[in-house]
Ligand binder design. Structure first.
Ligand code: S3P
Length: 446
């Protein structure tokens, strides 16, 4: 038995093998895009399996403030976190149809919301103000503002780099943008602005980032060119509503996959997980580490993301190296991969991980601190995260610093730690996975 105590703390009351079948929430990245693209399309977009996390709720609220009409329908789905509707219908306004919001757009904790909306609003001829919570207001926005300004948007940032963002959109000119970072949020913002720009807009990245935007643009009838890590579109294309079935979030699934691998006698099946190759680096890394993963690809409809049912079982792990080129494919999974690495024979190196410093918290430091709470050693060398193994974990208290992924990774680590463990503020998991702690509690009850 275990307990979740809202803002307080969570502790595993028993250590127990994890056995069962699970579904994870709809993919967060795909969910944001489904709502945004649905709002910009002509016609009504039906979305099934949308993430029930708070971040996606922020995107929905902002779009509604901008005049999009979004309707809950279908059946009520019960999860360990409560109920939500199985289907949403977004009544699109077309590419020029959003209306100015008198109130500031509150993007909460969500980097994808603020950055993608900056791209969208750059092509709308009115002023907007966007902000977010304390974590979002610390994250870099200049990287997105710079190319959008070159395209013609007027953007003012607090201290030159942060939200609140004051933005005035208008007539845009396409650009050939060479991005200094592999970032799907940045790439997507420029492409979304490019939809309303004159001529061609292209983005070249140092390594390919997740391609959900490109896939969904094509699904909505927009031509997108892609070669290596360069993508391009032509302004003036029209977006046509198309049904979206959101696959399960591989970033949420990763917590269960690692938990099953490190807790003796565990076996978990997670169905319907997104296996988009630009996104599923954590699966590749775990397979290299010797994780027993059975990955059964499922049939999907045209234009849909690839999906698989995955069975994970307790495994003897060995260390791996994640290269800087591979890193963007598992950027959100670094904290939980680091937990797996503590149980692997040899030293794991997650290289080129600098982007971790500008996530919901500094996840480079946060991951090292989370492992240190369990008496485990990990260190930072330049932009690399180094985790020796195997290490026995001791009881400890994790303060996730309001970061959902650190809280969930800490909870998984606590399952194999000897002694009393606590994860503070488990409620922060609501950002991406409201049912995480209740599901873990249910699994620990056997
Ligand atoms: C996301 C892209 C990634 C990822 C984030 C979601 C997206 O951020 O970390 O959780 O939906 O495009 P960056 O684009 O900043 O790397």
């Amino acid at each position: 038995m275990s307990e979740t105590t809202g803002k307080g703390s969570w502790s595993p009351k028993h250590r127990h093998p994890l056995v069962g079948e699970l579904k994870v929430p709809g993919d967060k990245s795909v969910s944001h895009r489904a709502l945004i693209f649905g709002a910009l399309a002509e016609g009504t977009t039906s979305i099934r399996g949308l993430s029930d996390g708070e971040d996606v709720g922020s995107t929905r609220r902002c779009l509604e403030q901008l005049g999009a009409h979004i309707e809950d329908c279908g059946e009520l789905v019960k999860t360990h976190a409560g109920e939500h509707w199985s289907e949403l219908r977004v009544h699109g306004t077309g590419l020029e149809g959003l209306k100015a919001s008198k109130r500031t757009l509150d993007c909460g904790n969500s980097g994808t919301t603020i950055r993608l909306l900056m791209g969208v609003l750059s092509g709308h001829p009115f002023a907007s103000k966007l902000t977010g919570d304390a974590s979002l207001r610390r994250r870099p926005m200049k990287r997105v503002a710079e190319p959008l300004r070159v395209m013609g948007a007027k953007i003012e940032l607090a201290d030159g780099d942060h939200a609140p963002v004051k933005l005035e959109g208008g007539r845009l000119q396409g650009i050939a943008y060479e991005s200094p970072v592999a970032s799907a949020q940045l790439k997507s913002a420029v492409l979304l602005a490019g939809l309303r720009a004159q001529g061609e807009t292209s983005v070249l990245e140092p390594a390919p980032s997740r391609d959900h935007t490109e896939r969904m643009l094509r699904h909505f009838g927009v031509k997108v060119g892609a070669e290596g890590s360069r993508v391009w579109i032509h302004g003036g294309a029209r977006m046509k509503a198309a049904p979206v079935r959101v696959p399960g979030d591989v970033s949420s699934a990763a917590f269960w996959l690692v938990a099953a691998c490190i807790v003796p006698d565990s076996r978990l099946k997670i169905s319907g997980v997104c296996t988009n190759p630009t996104r599923s680096g954590v699966l590749d890394a775990l397979v290299r580490m010797g994780a027993k993963l059975d990955i059964h690809q499922a049939e999907v409809g045209p234009g849909e993301e690839p999906v698989a049912d995955i069975i994970a079982a307790h495994s003897q792990l060995v260390a791996t190296e994640v290269t800087p080129q591979e890193f963007p494919k598992l950027v959100d999974e670094a904290p939980i991969l680091a937990v797996a690495a503590t149980q692997a024979r040899g030293t794991t190196r997650i290289r080129g991980a600098a982007e971790l410093r500008v996530k919901e918290s500094d996840r480079m430091e946060g991951t090292v601190k989370m492992l240190a709470a369990f008496g485990a050693e990990a260190r930072i060398e330049g932009d690399d995260l180094i985790i020796p193994g195997p290490q026995a974990l001791k009881g400890g208290t994790v303060d996730p610093n309001a970061d959902h992924r650190i809280a969930m990774a800490g909870a998984v680590a606590s399952l194999i730690a000897e002694g009393k463990c606590k994860v503070l503020d488990p409620g922060c998991a609501q950002i991406s996975y409201p049912a995480f702690f209740p599901t873990l509690n249910a699994l620990l009850q056997g």
